[in-house]
Design a protein around this ligand. Structure first.
Ligand code: EAX
Length: 325
């Protein structure tokens, strides 16, 4: 009898736990269009979570800035109007200056090092810190290393950057980097094709996939493989929403997003050689060996700037530099 009762309890617990997962729709925002790095991560997450929850959780992706720019998307995540987003690191620094630490120029030497740090304790510290601004940081997917393009002249060293009007993301550190390099940085939200086409700006900087997917080869002649910043996305959820989810659902979402991020990073990297070839074929003039030493020298002073003066930000930057340089 006792055994039977135990069995009944176990059976009902199992039944309860499989039926307990509430049906829900997750609204997820990205600013870029299908085929972009952010969308590939979002779509993989949608596929995994819908499959694993057996359709109880569905994901609706709002792409192509249909919910506004990155800052506006993040505000909607804070309020739980939408539940998740895949957003490039730059715009996070208006919400939490800790995001500036990963945007530090020439921080990571390669992809492997970026993965090691971002998937490790330092990455976790940054994700955790976002809780104070209403985000549950889940993990990092990627844009990739950023490169300069412009329509005025070939750039091998900072000497040629002087006076170029370069569009930067809404990010204090990105603005400071281009100021230090001698450019005239202009913060502007995404997208920027029209501004480049009309010559409102001379250039911009982004990873290779952007030049291909957004057809910048049509309107930008020169590219420099400067790899000056490793551009990550933070895959975030609304903290307000996160707190009301049961731990099983949280776990499922966390795992699916991380797997989607790992999948997306690999896919992004595997395509880079073909992208470079494609962009050259389209007529872009590429400087493959810029004078990185001269670039680094110009930005070396950034770590002592006010941008990093808040003690917890300064401490994390030092920890990060010690771990990478
Ligand atoms: O992914 O605004 C930017 O430059 C970002 O890199 C953009 O989201 C493209």
């Amino acid at each position: 009898m006792k055994k039977f009762l135990v069995l009944m309890v176990v059976v009902s617990l199992i039944c309860f736990s499989t039926t307990a997962m509430a049906e829900m729709e997750i609204k997820l925002g990205v600013v870029t269009k299908p085929g972009s790095a952010q969308n590939i991560a979002a779509e993989k997450f949608k596929e995994l979570i819908e499959q694993r929850s057996k359709g109880k959780i569905t994901v609706k992706i709002f792409h192509s800035a249909s919910l506004g720019n990155e800052t506006e998307i993040l505000q909607q995540v804070q309020m739980n109007t939408i539940q998740m987003a895949v957003i490039t690191g730059g715009p996070f620094d208006t919400f939490d200056p800790i995001a500036r630490v990963i945007n530090y120029p020439f921080l990571f030497k390669d992809n492997a090092q970026a993965d090691e740090i971002l998937d490790g304790p330092l990455g976790t510290k940054i994700l955790k810190s976002l809780e104070s601004s209403g985000f549950k940081g889940l993990c990092f997917s990627e844009n990739g290393f950023r490169n300069l393009t412009n329509n005025k002249r070939a750039v091998k060293s900072p000497d040629e950057i002087k006076g170029l009007k370069i569009r930067v993301m809404a990010s204090a550190i990105h603005k400071a980097i281009w100021q230090a390099l001698g450019a005239n940085p202009t913060p502007m939200p995404w997208p920027i094709y029209t501004e480049l086409e009309q010559g409102v700006i001379d250039g911009q900087e982004n990873p290779l996939w952007v030049m291909e997917v957004y057809k910048f080869y049509e309107i930008q002649k020169y590219m420099t493989l400067s790899r000056h910043v490793y551009s990550y996305h933070i895959d975030v959820a609304s903290l307000k929403w996160w707190k009301i989810l049961d731990s099983k659902t949280q776990d499922m979402i966390q795992k699916a997003m991380y797997e989607a991020a790992v999948f997306q990073r690999k896919q992004n990297r595997d395509k880079n050689a073909a992208r470079l070839k494609f962009l050259k074929e389209k007529g872009m003039q590429v400087e493959e060996n810029p004078n990185i030493g001269a670039f680094r020298a110009k930005v070396a002073k950034l770590k002592d700037m006010d941008l990093y003066s808040e003690p917890r930000v300064q401490a994390l930057l030092i920890e990060m530099l010690n771990a990478t340089q």
